[in-house]
Design a protein around this ligand. Structure first.
Ligand code: CU
Length: 540
């Protein structure tokens, strides 16, 4: 492997190891929920594994993968990664932090689920480990910004390449998001878990958690969008329909991804209805850039398909390369994301939210969105990126072609069925859906069996993905690395000059003002109330 590719490869490697571990514990949960008598089945093991799955998939796999993508894309589009030493130091901080947090979870000392809501309390090492992962990611943000600034010095007039435009918005969203997380963990949780203060305010913690938690969703999604906008049209042999719309979409996510967190707290007391309404409005605003994305990408695909000889109103769809694993991954990810988006609109609507609150619907929702729209895109891009980073030809290509379809089928069985059982009243995060033989719970049983089958299909798909990666690394034939190249846009001007969408300090300043507008008053109001703290709870 060429030395300049090692940084990106190391990050993606850690991500895939986390994914493999996360997939293993997930299989056990799906079977456990269906009340299958597995050896070692117990509530304690179940909740350890739910915590491990959420942290490994939602926080470790995604964060490391995105950091690796950022380095690969920066190298390919700007010709540099500025500050490699800082990048490696940050990598190791994140790896050590992750290992400490994972060991704490697996030893049963941090069974707090991936949202780690107080008053559930973990061993302090869990919070220190998670902090290491975040500090490492801040190092990544610094290196990405430094790379951009160094490129900008040499290229004062052109707009930054669209793929880096997408990664820079990811960086800004992440910095805005983790500001809330830092307050929650460093100011509130760590002193309490170390015993320096006796009690904690759960509502204040949840508010800071969701300040972080919703933009976290866009931290996951924006790199997937960057792939959809800049890699996908080229892979299908076409052009991006509009570069300008893409730039606008990314910037809108900076503005609206953070001031929306109360849509996760509709059922929380102590936040006034008017603030919940304000966050609902911003939440619906953020559907807009995703609708623009759907339009732009479908237009790009249609143009490419017609250029390949596709005909008819919808017949062109057949002209797309459905056997090519990056294309099929992204296409299936996009279809699933449309379903997830409808569910998301239900979650975001105050009245309908109370119907699905804390039910299996929620886990169904995020398995369609982050668990498929994002994860399946990342698996697809892995097939594309591996030969480009390692100089090895992809092995087991038949498995790579089948794997995205298996993921899609598995997720339809698992994710869609969880929406149904959620509407039937089944809570999320339950170890046993039998409820001691209750009649209502008995009606869920056939559906939980279907979702368990979905879980098995997903596990097989995960195993195929990991096998392709391992086989390529071990037995891949040496080739000249193909180029990491991005799609051209239909509307690319001949002599481009950077425009309003490249004004990063301006957009960041506006988004900081929006975050303060959304949170300063409700938090100040909350702090003025008489607050009753809680001591820590460790149920296992
Ligand atoms: Cu949200």
């Amino acid at each position: 492997m060429k030395p300049q590719n090692k940084l990106a490869f190391a990050h993606i490697g850690v991500a895939i190891v986390a994914f493999a571990l996360g997939a293993m514990v997930a299989l056990m949960q799906a079977l456990s929920r269906a009340s299958l008598a597995l050896p070692l089945r117990s509530a304690r093991i179940f909740y350890i594994s739910v915590t491990a799955h959420g942290v490994l998939m939602g926080l470790v796999f995604t964060t490391f993968f995105i950091m690796g993508l950022g380095y690969a894309f920066s190298r390919a589009s700007l010709g540099r990664v500025t500050g490699e030493r800082v990048a490696w130091a940050s990598f190791w901080i994140a790896v050590v932090g992750t290992a400490v947090a994972a060991a704490t979870i697996l030893s049963g000392k941090a069974t707090v689920l991936y949202t780690f809501y107080p008053p559930l309390q973990a061993h302090p090492l869990f919070y220190f480990g998670a902090t290491g992962l975040v500090i490492g990611s801040w190092g990544w943000c610094g290196v990405m910004i430094a790379s951009y600034r160094s490129w900008r010095k040499e290229n004062p007039t052109p707009p930054v390449p669209l793929v880096m435009h997408g990664m820079l918005t990811t960086v800004i969203v992440w910095l805005l998001a983790t500001a809330g997380l830092a307050v929650e963990v460093l100011v509130l949780i760590l002193p309490w878990s170390l015993g320096l203060v006796k009690t904690i305010d759960p509502l204040l913690c949840r508010t800071f958690f969701w300040w972080f938690g919703h933009p976290l969703v866009y931290f996951w999604l924006l790199p997937a969008y960057a792939i959809w906008y800049t890699v996908l049209p080229r892979v299908v042999g076409g052009k991006l329909f509009s570069d300008n719309l893409g730039r606008m979409v990314f910037v809108l996510f900076i503005l609206f991804s953070t001031p929306v967190g109360f849509h996760h707290q509709f059922a929380d007391p102590g936040i006034s209805a008017s603030w919940k309404l304000a966050h609902t409005v911003t939440t619906f605003l953020i559907l807009f850039p995703s609708l623009v994305t759907a339009f732009t990408l479908i237009a790009s695909l249609e143009l490419a398909a017609r250029a390949r000889g596709g005909k008819g109103l919808f017949g062109w769809v057949r002209a797309l390369p459905w056997g090519q694993p990056l294309f099929s991954s992204v296409a299936l990810a996009m279809i699933t994301f449309a379903l997830g988006g409808f569910g998301g609109a239900v979650n975001a609507a105050y009245a309908m939210n109370s119907m699905v609150h804390n039910t299996a619907w929620i886990q169904g929702h995020f398995h369609l969105t982050v668990g498929t729209a994002v994860a399946l895109t990342f698996m697809g891009i892995t097939y594309w990126l591996l030969p480009r980073l390692t100089g090895k030809e992809l092995r087991l290509s038949a498995a790579a072609s089948v794997q995205p379809y298996l993921w899609f089928v598995g997720m339809m069985l698992f994710g869609v069925v969880n929406h149904i059982t959620g509407l039937m009243g089944m809570p999320r995060r339950i170890y046993d859906a039998g409820y001691g033989g209750s009649e209502i719970a008995a009606r869920w049983a056939p559906w939980t069996a279907v979702s368990a089958v979905g879980g098995v299909v997903l596990f097989v798909s995960s195993a195929l993905f990991v096998s392709v990666v391992v086989a390529t690394l071990l037995y891949g034939r040496k080739i000249e690395e193909p180029e990491i190249a991005f799609a051209e846009a239909l509307d690319a001007p001949a002599n481009p000059v950077r425009g309003i969408w490249d004004r990063w300090p301006l957009w960041t300043a506006i988004s900081v003002i929006l975050v303060l507008a959304a949170y300063a008053l409700p938090i100040a109001h909350h702090l003025m109330l008489h607050r009753f703290g809680s001591t820590g709870f460790k149920p296992f």
